[in-house]
Design a binder for this molecule. Structure first.
Ligand code: FES
Length: 104
């Protein structure tokens, strides 16, 4: 057995699947967070601020800063750094407060 990080923890990687971001397919690995999947695809912002409409994406990556909020499967204000990417999940850019009627 090779001494790789995956081998050391006896991980059994599964095939990639796909989530959707603003209508665009994004590959994701089982167990990968939505934020990590978006980053891996080169997507760095998926929310705009209430004041000024400035772009935001993941900042802390551990569920503390709330910068990574997005609308996931129709539910606004989801912290994408904490949510595992599930097959077929739909992620949309969130504007402002993230109320469903304001979500893009
Ligand atoms: S990146 Fe800070 S809460 Fe998600």
């Amino acid at each position: 057995m090779r001494r790789t990080p995956a081998a050391l923890v006896r991980a059994e990687p599964q095939p990639a699947h796909t989530i959707e971001f603003d209508g665009r397919p994004v590959p994701a690995l089982p167990g990968q967070s939505i934020a990590a999947a978006l980053w891996a695809e080169g997507i760095l912002a998926w929310r705009t601020t209430r004041v000024g409409g400035r772009p935001r994406g993941a900042f802390c990556g551990i569920g503390v800063c709330f910068d990574c909020l997005a609308t996931v499967n129709g539910r606004p204000n989801q912290r994408t750094c904490l949510l595992p990417a599930g097959p077929g999940d739909t992620v949309t850019t969130q504007e402002g407060h993230g109320r469903a009627d304001l979500a893009v």
